[in-house]
Design a protein around this ligand. Sequence first.
Ligand SMILES: NC(=O)c1ccc[n+]([C@@H]2O[C@H](COP(=O)([O-])OP(=O)(O)OC[C@H]3O[C@@H](n4cnc5c(N)ncnc54)[C@H](OP(=O)(O)O)[C@@H]3O)[C@@H](O)[C@H]2O)c1
Length: 303
Amino acid sequence: MRVFVTGASGWIGSATVDELLAAGHEVTGLARSDASAAALEAKGVRVRRGDLDDLVSIRAGAQEAEAVIHLANKHDWSNPAATAAAERAAVETITETLTGTDRPFLLASGVAGLTQGRPSTEADPSPFHGPDAPRGGSENLALEFADRGVAPVSLRFAPTVHGAGDHGFIAAIVAVAREKGVSGFPGDGSNRWAAVHVSDAARMVVTGLAKAPAGSRLHAVAEEGVPTREIAEAIGRSFGLPVASIDPEDVQGHFGWIATFFAMDLAASSAVTRELLGWTPVGPTLIEDIDAGGYAPGASLAR
Ligand SMILES: NC(=O)c1ccc[n+]([C@@H]2O[C@H](COP(=O)([O-])OP(=O)(O)OC[C@H]3O[C@@H](n4cnc5c(N)ncnc54)[C@H](OP(=O)(O)O)[C@@H]3O)[C@@H](O)[C@H]2O)c1
């Protein structure tokens, strides 16, 4: 299949592109820089130059493809409104372009904010609607096109898609620990984070492309919930730092932008996804990756 991938040079995107190529797909990746373009070309990926604000390029990429996987995100934590607006505009462009084609459109999403007090499941709809919502309400926007001749599938990634060389949320928590000289956890550290190794997440995406029906919500989740206290303890072990509870009142000041997520209970099930796709995660656990030095400076990008 000819697949257009945005964010093809990113953490999840790179692993996904490798899986797509191994499965025999022809991949075109959106690249906004010479470095990203060169990395993609070196793998045998066709490059379409453009960034998320270049809706003409995104539209052309979607028009030429038999399927679209949207993984690019600005991730500007200092300006979440601009990040959400770009996300919504890109998803609007892709869905409008694909309307009436019945082509698959898989888009990145997450499990934050779906439920409180219990692990979220694939049956839980996203409460985020409209341009002012987190991620610009992009999951619901895309899924609405299931009855307009698009085959949308949401890819709800665990809050940590981990592995050696990951620069996502766990790397941000590690950076705070090293800066403050203490590996903190919020309150009693009983709130949990779902987790998945990047190789399992990528395999789920490519299996989802082949098997997920239009309108599916897939959970890329291997571990339902790792307590934040255990995450902090592993970081403390790995970096030789003391481990301490951070008073809920001080969590924001201590952790900065990542506080919002680290203080949340982000447990999630993937029972439906495993059954639907026949997908079984096999990669290392989050704690195994931290203990193995996956978040040490210069950790290799080996997956
Ligand atoms: N990683 C996680 O744990 C996790 C968890 C939940 C949800 N997600 C979601 O999954 C998706 C992929 O995440 P990721 O961890 O792979 O992110 P990432 O490593 O930060 O990669 C982001 C990708 O988007 C591209 N990008 C950034 N700004 C862009 C712009 N203005 N125009 C065009 N491309 C742009 C980057 O290109 P360059 O390579 O050129 O910078 C890169 O290819 C995102 O939507 C993310 O929010 C991730």
